[in-house]
Design a binder for this molecule. Structure first.
Ligand SMILES: [Zn+2]
Ligand SMILES: [Zn+2]
Length: 304
């Protein structure tokens, strides 16, 4: 695996591309990217608040003259740790998927600011959110700045002479996740479709789409992978979350029973009856998630 340092700040990943990293990559500590070519530039994501985003933009401008004025911003998905700094590049074209633009409207910064402000009335969830994020980030001065251009499945753009492919891969982490792929430079910015060294968060699902997104990346010619959180990696960082070692085990639908067992273990008192679990296992097969060692494929067609 490529050996990139996981330190705060701007990292030159070659070919006029940069990654801006924020260790430790936990809740809200997201990465961003910069692509330059001649006088043209493209920023991949902003950060969780104005102070952090300004600090990042200043660092980029100091190191890369062509980043003086950001022309294009791509938001990889709707979460605030990738969008709340958008107002600092106002005037730039802001591109994302239609699904992400819609989802952004549902989760403005005022919601998070209010949850943190009223945490003592709101209980454990809001207090946990404060402990994990509210303590470190400031949201009460964020003016939400929406995308100015959206697309549905794929958009090919250019940054100077560089080809940049924006490919929708959600719903997975969120409803509208996209990948930023530079085929000629063999670089991909994954947004939160990759958390290196951290547990992924499934806000939207389905997981099958997430696996598809990983397979898409693994199918591309890629040398450098910049995740949404955590250290820079390469394709081995994408492949290592594969469950391949267990792929040959039969009766994979038993995961339904096992997840239910774990929920009981964690204290959930509502217990689905066993026939409901069998029905869920049936749907698991119908959705094509089983490995089908024991049944001929035609007996449970894949539902797409
Ligand atoms: Zn994130
Ligand atoms: Zn996210």
């Amino acid at each position: 695996m490529a050996n990139w340092q996981f330190t705060k700040g701007l990292h030159d990943i070659g070919n006029g591309c940069y990654a801006y990293l924020q260790p430790d990559g936990g809740w809200g500590w997201s990465n961003a990217g910069l692509i330059v070519d001649g006088e043209e530039n493209l920023l991949v994501d902003t950060l969780f608040d104005l102070r952090l985003t300004q600090e990042m933009l200043d660092t980029m401008r100091d190191a890369v003259p062509a980043a003086r004025s950001i022309r294009t911003l791509v938001n990889t998905h709707s979460n605030g740790d990738h969008t709340f700094g958008n107002q600092l590049v106002r005037g730039a074209e802001i591109i994302t998927t239609k699904a992400t633009a819609d989802e952004m409207l549902e989760r403005p910064p005022e919601h998070l600011a209010a949850l943190v402000r009223d945490r003592d009335q709101l209980g454990d969830g809001a207090r946990f959110l404060y402990e994990m994020m509210g303590k470190y980030f400031r949201w009460d001065d964020v003016v939400y700045t929406e995308p100015t251009r959206t697309f549905d499945e794929q958009l090919n753009i250019k940054v100077g002479a560089k080809q940049v492919r924006l490919v929708k891969a959600g719903p997975a982490h969120t409803r509208g996740d996209l990948l930023v792929y530079l085929p000629e430079r063999r670089i991909v910015f994954t947004g939160d479709l990759l958390f290196m060294g951290g547990h992924p968060v499934i806000w939207a699902g389905p997981i099958t789409n997430w696996i598809k997104a990983c397979d898409t990346i693994l199918g591309w010619d890629v040398d450098v992978v910049v995740p949404g959180h955590g250290p820079i990696t390469d394709k081995t960082g994408v492949a290592q979350i594969s469950l391949d070692p267990y792929a040959d085990w039969i009766d994979s639908e038993r995961i339904i029973l096992n997840v239910a067992a774990l929920y009981r273990e964690y204290g959930m008192t509502e217990r689905p009856d066993v026939m409901t679990l069998w029905a869920d296992m049936y749907r698991f097969h119908q959705a094509g998630l089983c490995n089908c060692h024991r049944h001929p494929a035609p007996s449970h067609p894949v539902v797409s």
